[in-house]
Design a protein around this ligand. Structure first.
Ligand SMILES: Nc1ncnc2c1ncn2[C@@H]1O[C@H](COP(=O)(O)OP(=O)(O)OP(=O)(O)O)[C@@H](O)[C@H]1O
Ligand SMILES: [Mg+2]
Length: 425
């Protein structure tokens, strides 16, 4: 809406939209305006400055106080950037931020708007300036607060995930402990019976062979024929080969079940049978590498990059189990030949162990599930999906963290951080 607007004239008849009245009105308005406003020509000679501009000039340049200000330079040499004047001439106006240094040594940020107000667009120029340093400070503070909030939020989310994860593990742990307990006994005697059975079968087959040979030596044709008939009817020759084989497979199956039960018990271990000691993690890593070497030697090269580690408060055999699970996973992720890197180091009052492989990697949809108990991508019969769930539980018990990062097709890196000292109970 302008002063010439007929609506204003209609609502306020005393307010005549004539240049004669508008000019003094506008002048009075600008005089009283609390935004520093000035008019200057192309040589930057000041033609007009309102009260606010004079106060502002005193703030920018205390020496100018009480003086008649002739040029923009009396305000501040850097107040009107040359480029700004050029742009205001070409485009009609320019708005931007100007950084000036005041005599107190402080830096102020000014928001300046310059408009070419002359008839030919070359000048004079009108300028309004506002000190936005406090706005900037507030904005910076807000940004910092926001960043702090974001960090806190991320931490909270992480803590929430960990709580959900440990609750999930705790309830599965209870279930697992119950199942493991129930299965343990029957599996125990089936396992022991199978090994006795293997012995009995070997004895029986030996006895049958001995009878057959003894019969052949007697020269009893009818007896030999009957023996052959029975051997044929019951397919004894095939049975003699297949039966031990069946028993071997059954024992392998039972051993596998025993391992699962053992894992389940470890996973839910609440017996506190192992004592906390101060132990050397490198030693644990080395002994675990020795144990898994048989599994890894055909397709992997192990690269060690060990730093200096202090002894840490831990349950060494449980940590070894973590290393074993992670190393086995790394080996299983390598299809033909690859490298497993085991590195260690310290960060503040914690130590870290990183185990990396250049295997198949983990896809983004699988990654969030790998710590879930019983989650496996391995073929039926070759993975129980408990390795990482157990490891997670053990590391959490040590007040540590376990993180995994992976690039599908390029490899996986698992990093474990453990405190050197456990908090007193
Ligand atoms: N280094 C790795 N590279 C690629 N995939 C991995 C790696 N480590 C873990 N995984 C993925 O995480 C899943 C879960 O691992 P976890 O060790 O818990 O179980 P598993 O290896 O399948 O079975 P288990 O360890 O009980 O024999 C694996 O099936 C696999 O998909
Ligand atoms: Mg595993």
């Amino acid at each position: 809406m302008t002063l010439d607007d007929p609506c204003i004239a209609r609502r306020h008849p005393a307010f005549l939209p004539t240049d004669a009245l508008a000019a003094p009105c506008l002048r009075a308005l600008v005089d009283k305006c609390d935004v520093a406003t000035l008019v200057f020509d192309a040589e930057q000679r000041v033609l007009y400055a309102n009260e606010a501009a004079i106060v502002f000039a005193g703030m920018l340049n205390p020496e100018s106080r009480g003086r008649h200000l002739e040029s923009i330079a009396d305000w501040h040499a850097a107040l009107v950037p040359a480029a700004a004047l050029h742009l205001a001439t070409v485009k009609g106006s320019w708005t931007g931020e100007v950084l000036v240094c005041v005599p107190s040594g402080q830096q102020r940020i000014l928001l300046a708007q310059i408009s070419a107000i002359g008839p030919d667009g070359a000048g004079p120029f009108g300028m309004s300036v506002r000190d936005i340093t406090p706005d900037y400070a507030r904005e910076t503070e807000l940004r910092e607060r926001n960043a702090e909030l974001e960090v806190a939020n991320t931490r909270l989310k992480g803590a929430q995930e960990q709580i959900v994860q440990s609750e999930k593990l705790a309830s599965i742990g209870q279930l697992a402990a119950g199942v493991a307990h129930e299965i343990n006994n029957p599996i125990g005697y089936v396992n022991s019976n199978l090994s006795t059975l293997q012995q009995y079968v070997t004895n029986l087959l030996t006895a049958i062979d001995t009878y057959t040979r003894a019969l052949a030596e007697t020269g009893d044709q009818a007896g030999v024929a009957q023996d052959e008939e029975i051997r044929r009817r019951f397919d004894i020759d095939f049975l003699a080969v297949d039966l031990p084989q069946l028993l071997v497979e059954s024992r392998e199956g039972i051993e596998r079940v025993c391992k699962i039960v053992r894992d389940l018990k470890d996973f839910s271990r609440r017996d506190g049978s192992e004592a906390w000691v101060r132990a050397d993690v490198h030693r644990g890593l080395e002994s675990t590498l020795n144990i898994v070497w048989n599994e890894l030697k055909y397709k992997t090269q192990i690269v060690r990059s060990f730093g200096e580690l202090p002894l840490i408060d831990c349950l060494p055999s449980e940590l070894n189990q973590v290393f074993m699970n992670v190393l086995m996973n790394a080996g299983q992720a390598i299809t033909e030949r690859g490298v497993i890197t085991v590195s260690t180091g310290t960060t503040g009052d914690r130590i870290w162990i990183a185990i990396g492989d250049d295997g198949e990697g983990i896809s983004a949809d699988v990654l969030p599930r790998i710590f879930d108990p019983f989650f496996t991508t391995k073929p039926v019969g070759s993975g129980t999906g408990l390795g990482l769930a157990i490891s997670y539980g053990i590391v959490a018990k040590h007040n540590g963290t376990i993180e995994i990062s992976s690039l599908p097709g390029q490899g996986t890196m698992l990093r474990i951080e453990l405190p050197v000292e456990q908090p007193p109970n």
